[in-house]
Design a binder for this molecule. Structure first.
Ligand code: UDP
Length: 403
């Protein structure tokens, strides 16, 4: 069945993946994160688990459960790891541990390999049974609040390996480290080819006019995604170019700040009829696909970012992209080649106008972007990388060149 990717992803990726999977057939691989929906981690897991199963690997995905206090605390930890000043008290860390202890009782942690995603479930390693345990960090921890990092690092050092999305994010951990950028699935509902009618259906559903230049940002309502900056850039552009702005997002279940930010966005948009703020229900993949395809320019003007999957999603659709020069975005946007990187509202407005005024250049960059994603950011490559790390940890010191 994995053959359906043939002709879409690079041939070498597929061959290597199949060879690795033969070595790991019938072994079990457990992934644990903190939410089933919302955000990039859930997005990838939804697609990767079935692929691993198709390859004959016993892949499972579980999520930890917690109360409001837990998710408030882990959001603070997330913000502190990305550099915001936050103070996490000893009681909060104790609560973090306790919730994980309860989850360890509830979850079946028995698997040949366990991949724990992000800080929320990191303490589960304290309850590990014999297996290969890997901690996967999706966020930018290059400049964290030191006490918060040192608390978390205590857990991380107990894993067999730590995996980061971008080399710049990695820190000395006292365990093996690997760099694995995230990816998108070209065959998912969010990225598959769609018909013109499907695009029109979505535009009608959300009352978006089909015949005007459309600027789009798809993101959780999170300050790091800079939705207010996007609105300001749109206003600068609007003085010279006709366009509409669509900000599409939905709150993730592990993100308690979403509603506050949404209100700020609504206030900043005021009553401009050309700003469409769409609150998408979870699993709106087809609509997101259609919006990205309908867009004239796709923005991801983040101030801080883990990877920014929305950038690859748009590039795969051949769209000109503008992204904040942060996190994993510069891995995807080669400035001036596959899109533009920006550092300010003014820079963003300038690049939007450049795209709107040069449709040929936009199309050329879009095409290059699609090929760049094909070669670097498709899910077969990421699945291959996870299996490679697991295999290499189990075979430490042995030659693995005979694969
Ligand atoms: N996304 C979604 N619905 C939304 C907002 C975002 O399905 O309302 C998806 C988006 O298409 C992308 C992922 O969630 O696949 C966001 O990943 P990204 O790495 O851009 O940001 P994160 O939310 O993980 O910080």
């Amino acid at each position: 069945m994995i053959g359906r990717y043939s002709g879409v992803v690079p041939h070498g990726d597929l061959l290597f993946l199949q060879k690795l999977a033969e070595r790991l057939r019938d072994r079990t691989f457990l992934h644990i994160n903190s939410t089933r929906a919302g955000g990039g981690v859930a997005e990838i897991l939804q697609r990767m688990i079935p692929i691993m199963k198709e390859l004959g690997i016993g892949a499972r995905w579980d999520t930890i459960e917690g109360d409001d206090l837990f998710f408030d605390m882990t959001k603070k930890v997330h913000n502190a790891l990305q550099g915001n000043k936050e103070h996490i008290t000893k009681e909060m860390w104790d609560h973090h541990y306790d919730i994980n202890r309860m989850n360890a009782k509830r979850l079946d942690l028995d698997a040949d390999a366990v991949l724990i995603h992000d800080p929320q479930p990191a303490p589960l390693v304290e309850f590990r049974k014999s297996a290969t345990w890997m901690w996967r960090c999706h966020i930018d921890v290059s400049d964290p609040v030191p006490e918060v990092w040192s608390n978390l690092k205590g857990y991380c050092a107990k894993y067999d390996a730590a995996i980061f999305s971008v080399a710049k994010f990695a820190r000395a951990m006292g365990t093996d480290e690997f760099i694995i950028p995230p990816s998108i699935d070209p065959l998912s509902e969010k990225n598959r080819d769609v018909k013109e009618e499907e695009i029109n259906e979505t535009l009608q559903k959300y009352h978006i006019p089909p015949d005007r230049a459309l600027l789009l940002q798809v993101s959780r309502f999170d300050r790091f995604k800079d939705p207010l900056g996007v609105i300001s850039a749109y206003r600068m552009v609007k003085k010279y170019n006709d366009c509409i702005l669509v900000l599409a997002g939905s709150p993730a279940t592990d993100d308690p700040e979403g509603e506050v930010v949404l209100k700020e966005v609504r206030d900043h948009a005021a009553d401009d009829p050309d700003i469409h703020i769409l609150l998408l229900p979870p699993f709106s993949d087809k609509d997101i696909n259609a919006l990205q395809r309908a867009a004239t320019v796709v923005l991801q003007k983040s101030l801080r970012e883990g990877f920014g999957l929305t950038v690859s999603e748009a590039m795969w659709k051949g769209k000109p992209v503008i992204g904040g020069a942060t996190g994993g975005i510069p891995l995807q946007i080669v400035h001036g080649v596959t899109g533009f990187l920006v550092h300010s509202v003014e820079g963003c407005a300038f690049r939007i106008r450049q795209f709107l005024n040069n449709p040929d250049m936009s199309a050329r960059m879009g095409e290059r972007g699609r090929e760049f994603v094909r070669n670097n950011f498709l899910i077969t490559r990421q699945t291959r990388d996870y299996l490679s790390v697991w295999y290499s940890l189990e075979n430490k010191g042995k030659s693995v060149l005979t694969l």
